[in-house]
Ligand binder design. Sequence first.
Ligand SMILES: [Mg+2]
Length: 260
Amino acid sequence: MSHDTLPGSSVDPVLAALDLRRGTDATTLLQQAVARAGRPAAVVVFDLDSTLLDNKPRQARILAEYGREHGIASLAGCRPEHWTGWDFRAAMRAAGLPADEVEAHVEPYRVCWRDRFFTSEYCRVDGPVPGAAPFVGAVRAAGAIVIYLTGRHEGMRDGTVESMERLALPLPDDQGVRLWMKPSLDEDDDGFKARVHADLPTVGSVQVVFDNEPTHVNDYRRSFPEALVIHLATDHSMRSILVDPGIPSITDFGAFAPQG
Ligand SMILES: [Mg+2]
């Protein structure tokens, strides 16, 4: 993950380039995904952050703690709805910090955030992307091996599994459901995901992939041209990389309606 901010930008060039009204609708796409999950030896890959899990509760908790620790009442009252993506300047303003006070908090907050965000202790409070649990459950019930393939590092495994349990997502069992994490926090997310593309076919036939990062969906499409790669238009790490044409986008899994 890259978490640099683009201060002052009001239009998101990545999401603005998507036209979610065009192409196959979300209900049909998700039904196609479940149908593919029923194919022999099917593997369905899910990213976690901003694909199945919503980090806003974690972001809000860290900013509220920072506010309490520094005696800043507006930030101490931060709530998940003050977050729209990774831009913590925007969240500080939304929580009520006067705009001319934001810059003074950027660097101290970045340090506080970095120490807490990538930990089991904090990731356990993540919420669900709408419809995530019933959809992953349907994929698993159709027979596919589910692989959660995340840029989170192994040190976050306990908190990750705890939030999955609370949110009723199928739990990793090293058989039908697997959780693949980065060995260490230091490894670059993009490099890790590209590296494990080579390992996926050893598990089975990659049929469907879901991820919110444009770089990652573009890479998956190149590695697995026969798979259905679906982009989650939630948020992204604010690099101006566009989703390749031909990759469909959905906002969440709420449109899923089991057939029959
Ligand atoms: Mg993600």
